[in-house]
Design a protein around this ligand. Structure first.
Ligand code: PLP
Length: 304
């Protein structure tokens, strides 16, 4: 496959059909688009293997159940679609998304989501990282946004969703204040998460990450496991905004980037304005274990 191949930019699947990602489109009338009535998940591929594929598909199914979305594909069929997208694009390192869209009620049916035929969309793109290399080098600059996270009783953040108006507004606050990323609080002043990542703080050698109001991130879960292996104490508990602002280190974690450092929050410099030592240990251990095949499922390239 040459770079001129339309598949080199990525491969997609929509409702039963595979195509180069540049040809993939959804109907403009779809409620997945018009109402953000869609759920999704993202799994990474490094060195030709998925990371925690079963866990991502399990979470995707839980998100679909939460939003009462039901595509025709079984979990096994979804996994086969993801393998094929990566294989068709010929990617060794990939960002692999799966979405389930509401669709729209057919003509004549009641104008209610219960009557829509839901369907699956998926795509594989060359690997994407949330954080640019220079930000990995210096550590991200964060702000605690004025904008609050949408209450969990309105939109459950454990079901992955595109109700991103709060996170997007927070990103403009960050931009206006010369920072890279926002972190949002809940109505009680507790830390939740940022646009596409979970948050850990380090204070006095102990880590903490919010217990509620967040996506239960698969990278977060992996980092908690790593803390156990490295003998780093970690608590999953409510985290007050003041604790985050006073932390020794802040670490951001996500599929699209892994373990990422922060160096400033609300203009305050953490440590020496560079990625901290606990971040380094976790980052290095995470990628060393990944390279050694931790939770890896090799991509089935033969199936393409
Ligand atoms: N929080 C939000 C809002 C996200 O969108 C994401 C990932 O996209 C995460 C956290 C991190 O989750 P994971 O580690 O499973 O990618």
């Amino acid at each position: 496959m040459t770079d001129a191949s339309p598949w080199a930019a990525g491969a997609a699947y929509i409702d039963g059909r595979f195509m180069p990602v540049g040809e993939a489109a959804i109907p403009i009338t779809d409620w997945g688009y018009r109402r953000s009535d869609v759920t999704y998940d993202v799994v990474g591929v490094r060195d030709g293997a998925f990371f925690r594929l079963d866990d991502h598909v399990r979470r995707f199914r839980a998100s679909m159940d939460s939003f009462r979305l039901r595509p025709p594909e079984s979990d096994a069929a979804i996994k086969a679609v993801l393998h094929r997208c990566v294989a068709l694009a010929g990617l060794r390192d990939a960002y692999v998304a799966m979405d389930c869209l509401r669709g729209r009620p057919p003509a004549g049916a009641p104008y209610h989501p219960a009557h829509a035929r839901n369907y699956l969309a998926a795509f594989a793109l060359p690997w994407i990282s949330l954080v640019r290399p220079e930000v990995m080098e210096r550590g991200a600059h964060l702000v605690v946004a004025e904008t609050l996270r949408i209450p969990a009783r309105s939109v459950d953040p454990r079901a992955k969703n595109f109700h991103w108006a709060d996170l997007t507004r927070g990103q403009f606050e960050a931009h206006d204040r010369g920072a890279d990323f926002c972190v949002l609080l809940d109505e009680d002043g507790h830390v939740t998460e940022g646009p596409g990542f979970n948050v850990f703080l380090v204070a006095g050698g102990r880590l903490a990450t919010p217990d509620a109001g967040v996506l239960e991130g698969i990278t977060r879960d992996s980092v908690i496991a790593l803390c156990g292996e490295l003998g780093l104490p970690v608590a999953v508990r409510p985290v007050a905004a003041a604790e985050l602002r006073d932390a020794d280190e802040i670490i951001l974690v996500t599929t699209a980037g892994g373990v990422m450092p922060a160096a400033r929050i609300d203009g305050r410099i953490l440590g020496n304005d560079r990625p901290g030592p606990v971040y380094r240990r976790l980052h290095d251990a995470f990628w060393a274990k990944r390279a050694a095949g931790w939770h890896a499922t090799p991509v089935d390239y033969a199936g393409a």
